[in-house]
Design a protein around this ligand. Structure first.
Ligand code: HEC
Length: 287
């Protein structure tokens, strides 16, 4: 897991900063440096070692940096003790990793007055390649609480909060989403009552054709929904059938907003972003 020497250098440079006296009369006493193989007298060094052990899949090494009473939260879930977390979550997960690359930003380290407690909060980004070839790219923030246990800091709480990094939207999809946002009110006002789950007249039947409950729209013809909507609004030669309660009741301005969404949808579809949607599929490419 990397070179021990550089960790030590890092730990020492951090110690110099962290242990500078705040006032001349009030020297801050640092825990005595230990001559262990790991520079565990600095809370951030312990955190770094913990992350590196994770990245290396060496959970035995990680376990040495965690107290028996440690508690882990991960993205809204209480994972129980670290050993429970290791057994039920981390272990199985790490076993599926082909590669685990963690990068961390600047840590925020704070120490209690007697230095027995430390918290380290740091932004992280990580890329995981699974053995089956899938890739996961996430970012988040992790908070560690550490306690000085006689000779070294040990982690007693981890709150790991992260989520997938959204890939930037391709321009065609971005344009479609923008026109959808502009037309959203019109859709909600004239169509949502029947086609969006929770609408006053929502029905499975209406939603089976055109489901506005989330975007991209779902329904039988999700991949053709631009054409379906235009047709239902009387834009293809035949009379309007929608809104079912009052066909053809949209104002020209409202119609223009929907038409411009439909054009942008068609462009995104031509670029392949709605191509493979099958029956009941909600379309794809907007994650
Ligand atoms: C009062 C309820 C209601 C409203 C409001 C409504 N729909 Fe529908 N819609 C339905 C129902 C029910 C169906 C299922 C087919 C049917 O019964 O005609 C449907 C079917 C559809 C279909 C499938 C093709 C078709 O014409 O049957 C499309 C597309 C559609 N609606 C679009 C819209 C759009 C766009 C709006 C808003 C401008 C809208 N609907 C407003 C009830 C509604």
């Amino acid at each position: 897991m990397g070179s021990q020497g550089s960790h030590l250098a890092l730990a020492l440079s951090l110690l110099l900063l962290a242990c500078a006296p705040q006032a001349s009369s009030d020297a801050v006493r640092c825990p005595e440096p230990v001559t262990a193989t790991v520079p565990t007298n600095d809370p951030f060094a312990v955190v770094r070692l913990y992350l590196e052990a994770n990245a290396a899949g060496d959970l035995d090494a990680a376990a040495l940096l965690v107290t028996d009473e440690s508690v882990v939260f991960e993205s809204g879930g209480d994972e129980g003790s670290w050993s429970h977390y290791r057994e039920h979550h981390l272990g199985p997960e790490v076993a599926m990793f082909a590669e685990f690359d963690i990068r961390s930003g600047d840590p925020q380290v704070s120490l209690s007055t007697d230095r027995s407690l430390a918290s380290v909060t740091l932004p992280i980004e990580y890329d995981i390649e699974l053995k089956d070839g899938r890739e996961i790219e996430s970012r988040g923030t992790v908070t560690f609480v550490l306690r000085y246990e006689g000779t070294q800091y040990l982690i007693e709480h981890i709150h790991w909060s992260s989520r997938p990094r959204a890939a930037p939207r391709p321009p065609q999809v971005a344009a479609e989403v923008a026109t959808y946002k502009a037309a959203k009110e019109v859709f909600a006002k004239h169509c949502g009552g029947c086609h969006a789950r929770g609408g006053a007249q929502w029905s499975e039947k209406a939603a089976a054709h055109f489901d506005m409950s989330s975007y991209p729209f779902g329904g039988h013809h999700a991949a053709e929904i631009d054409q379906e909507v235009l047709r239902s609004l009387g834009q293809s030669g035949r009379g309007a059938t929608m809104p079912k309660s009052a066909p053809g009741s949209l104002s020209p301005d409202e119609m223009a907003l929907i038409a411009s969404w439909a054009r942008a949808f068609a462009v995104a579809k031509d670029a392949g972003f709605h191509g493979e949607a099958s029956h009941g599929d909600k379309g794809h490419g907007h994650k």
